[in-house]
Design a protein around this ligand. Structure first.
Ligand code: OOG
Ligand code: MG
Length: 270
């Protein structure tokens, strides 16, 4: 195994993202374990923050069987989102990306500081349907768990549909009535240019997307991260991700949760 520092590996990943040129798996050449991979991930987030980006929240990965099967991995992972990854309202420019994909997500909004992960669920003030744009820095999306963790769980972008405020039953009735809107088992469809290409229930996310929120809070707390008001948590792709091409119109819909839309530009900036 080659000599390396975690800063070297972060630099390699940053270089791939900045140049749009894919790299081979780090684990083929370097002895990278999961704790080391999360440190590499953090080095590149620190680099983004030093460049002026702000942390926007967290993303969970491989929380659904469809995603695990698609990528051949079975452990839940997480990554960190920044404001620069927000897709915005205009046409989304795929320029600089290597091989982007899109997947439907449930998005949680944190309403107040989460000092204790046990408080995370109560701290969520709204939920929405959204999507995530993925762009693995690894050739052909071929990676082992430490690779994809170091690569910030392939994070590239995200978009959020209309927020739905979370309304909770009085404490005595909470066991029987889930928070409204009920997101535990809602059919979600992803359409490309008007054609539905994949659909699945939100129950695909660890049985209930709230479970993913709880995991995110536990993992963040273990990493010394405090969830801040206004942060979001992406619960994890509900269906397998689909390739994103210039000029695509992507629509993610779910009963009672509305629609999130992504229009990519036909023109790719150099
Ligand atoms: C890793 C990212 C996984 C999810 O929602 O499961 C992820 C990948 O598929 O490249 O974002
Ligand atoms: Mg995702």
């Amino acid at each position: 195994m080659a000599e390396f520092t975690e800063a070297d590996l972060a630099g390699i990943l940053h270089g791939a993202a900045a140049s749009g040129a894919a790299i081979g798996k780090l684990t083929d050449t370097y002895d990278l374990d999961l704790p080391g991979a999360y440190r590499v991930q953090r080095l590149n987030i620190d680099r983004r923050v030093a460049a002026g980006e702000r942390i926007a929240g967290l993303k969970m990965g491989f929380t659904s069987k469809a995603k695990m099967a698609q990528m051949g991995l079975t452990d839940v992972i997480w990554g960190i989102l920044t404001d620069a990854m927000a897709a915005g309202d205009g046409l989304y420019d795929l320029g600089g990306l290597i091989h982007p994909k899109v997947e439907p997500e449930i998005v949680f909004r944190i309403g107040r500081r989460v000092e204790d992960p046990a408080d995370a669920e109560a701290a969520v003030d709204a939920v929405a349907l959204g999507y995530e744009i993925l762009d693995s820095r690894f050739r052909d999306y071929k990676f082992a768990l430490p690779d994809v963790v170091a690569d910030n769980a392939s994070a590239a972008g995200f978009g959020i549909g209309p927020w739905r405020p979370v309304v909770r039953a009085p404490a005595a009735a909470r066991d029987e009535s889930p928070p409204d809107p009920d997101i535990s088992d809602v059919p979600v469809t992803l359409a490309v240019n008007g054609q539905p290409v994949s659909s699945a229930s939100t129950a695909a996310i660890l049985g209930d997307p709230w479970e993913s929120l709880r995991s995110a809070a536990r993992l963040a707390s273990g990493a010394g991260i405090v969830l801040e008001p206004g942060w979001i948590v992406l619960a994890g792709g509900i269906t397998a991700a689909v390739p994103l091409n210039p000029g695509d119109a992507i629509t993610v819909t779910a009963d009672g949760l509305g629609t999130a839309e992504l229009l990519t530009s036909r023109y790719i900036s150099p």
